[in-house]
Design a protein around this ligand. Structure first.
Ligand SMILES: CC(C)(COP(=O)(O)OP(=O)(O)OC[C@H]1O[C@@H](n2cnc3c(N)ncnc32)[C@H](O)[C@@H]1OP(=O)(O)O)[C@@H](O)C(=O)NCCC(=O)NCCS
Length: 150
């Protein structure tokens, strides 16, 4: 938990991932609908995490709720996304993995496109932040996209 909260306080993360207070994380962690996945490097240092949602909805449509790499810029995000897709379409048997990201998050958008997510749309002015409304970009990957190697 301290690792998660520390990451979500980083200024560059705050502007890209709406920060959750501790009790929101606790609720999600104890909710079977969510899965928290921590990633470690070869020295067993935690280098990032992913939160998956939708595990209990019964239709196999999962959501990549949040992903943070610490530090960013070393390929960790790409590696985490690939590992999460293998987990989702493998042991979890997902039909679909979807996500939304702030439309100005160029790094995440490139990363998700690189690993095969398809651009599905845009929710204009969907979130009100301290500097006004921001739009969300929707991306998704279906099992058949994943299996075809996109
Ligand atoms: C998004 C995030 C997880 C990516 O992790 P990362 O380890 O930095 O990603 P990678 O090093 O694997 O790089 C991903 C791609 O983005 C590119 N990239 C990096 N900065 C970029 C920028 N400012 N604009 C466009 N592309 C950028 C990289 O070049 C790489 O693409 P390439 O492989 O084609 O060269 C990480 O930056 C992060 O934690 N950001 C804050 C939280 C966040 O935005 N989460 C995603 C929304 S849920």
């Amino acid at each position: 938990m301290p690792f998660l909260l520390r990451q979500e306080e980083r200024p560059e993360v705050v502007s890209l991932v709406p920060s959750w207070p501790k009790d929101r994380h606790w609720r999600a962690m104890s909710d079977p609908d969510h899965q928290y996945i921590l990633f470690q490097d070869a020295e067993e240092r935690v280098v990032g995490y992913v939160v998956l949602g939708g595990l209990t909805n019964g239709d196999g449509c999962l959501e990549l709720v949040r992903m943070v790499a610490a530090p960013p810029g070393f390929g960790t995000g790409t590696a985490m996304a690939r590992a999460v897709l293998a987990h989702a379409f493998g042991p979890l048997g997902a039909h679909r993995v979807g996500l939304s990201l702030f439309s100005d998050n160029a790094c995440a958008r490139r990363l998700f496109a690189n690993v095969g997510f398809v651009l599905e749309g845009k929710l204009r002015d969907a979130v009100r932040g301290p500097r006004g409304y921001r739009s969300l970009t929707l991306m998704g990957m279906l099992r058949r996209d994943y299996q075809s190697g996109f």
